[in-house]
Ligand binder design. Sequence first.
Ligand code: ACO
Length: 382
Amino acid sequence: MTEEVEIKEGLQGVYIAKSSISKVNGEEGKLYYRGYKIEDLAEKSTYEEVCYLILYGKLPNSKELDSFSNELKKERILSDETIEIIKRMSKKAHVLDTLRTAMSSISADDPEPYSSEEEKNVHKAVKIIAKTATISAAIGRVRKGKDIIPPDDSLGHAKNFLYMLTGEKPDNKKAKLMDVMFILHAEHSSNASTFAALVACSTLADIYSAVVAGEAALKGPLHGGADEAAVKMMQAIGEPGNTEKYINEVLASKEKIMGFGHRVYKAYDPRARILKKYLDEIDGNGEEEVNKLVKIALNTEKIMVDRLGKSHGIWPNVDFFAGPLYMHLGIEPELFDVIFSSSRTVGWCAHVIEYWRNNKLFRPLEEYDGALDLEYKPINER
Ligand code: ACO
């Protein structure tokens, strides 16, 4: 007789490793990167500083930050081969498919893609973070039939990203919002994409392959694709006055409202709370389409929180408010995925580097639930 096994569907409640990178307190709705509150980092820090913090485990002093920021700037440039891939794929492929392929091409430029030396992998991570932003902006340009804009070394990460994407240098308010978006998406413990990256790296595949695995897992609407799905839902609602009717219909048909609910947060996602403040500021002060989306988002939030918040633990997640804010920055929904992915590269890389300190190949089990010892008949007898 076979022993009864307990199957943990979706690995819910299973711990896979010890980590000092981020702490998600789902019950109280708190998030820390390396011990620092996400609220402090979003308000006072920059993406460059947060990347340093996540990779090195401590906040940099100004000399360390300067040198780190300069290394990021030096790594922004893409090879002709990577640009060619972006140009060939961008017009018809999903943005994340192009990003994944471009990322694979970066490893081809590294004569030693795998290294067991931690310091070398940190530099590879810097390369990945810098180049992913350039790739993401280039994908956005080529999709629209526009020329790729090379990076501007006088600009920080967020400002340079918006410049490469839109062709305009953003004002400080918009640059700060972009920086906050990058910071809030930088890391989130062992979510599906980070876990996918860890599974790949546990075979001692290189850090680029792990990032590609993360990008593949991020694509789906249950994970990184939720912000695009949420904004498309807001566009389908059309007018703020239609919000309640729309939500009633979706909930009555037992479907999900995108951008709500979370496997770990059973309280308000702290990242969504930060973004809501930006939305409140933009409310009525953006362009017409953005103003409408902002109103619809705020209406949806209110209705959903009243109905499913405390009673069911279903609150807005970071993806819910991200869409209207990206639109305010001139970023179209089809690009949201690559921006999320571009922010998260640092989290994936830090987890890979940390996991390799005590690497153990991932090899879970399945309970076999099929036939055995069947008689094999030749094809002409079947
Ligand atoms: N709208 C309505 N009901 C919901 C929602 C939602 N967004 N999310 C969960 N529920 C309900 C489910 O219908 C289910 O109800 P039931 O028990 O009556 O069947 C219950 O809450 C549990 O939902 P599950 O999907 O089983 O919970 P799980 O922990 O697996 O799901 C997930 C988490 C996948 C994020 C889910 O909430 C969801 O699909 N949300 C919409 C997609 C989304 O926003 N994803 C982004 C996540 S954050 C990120 O990746 C950055």
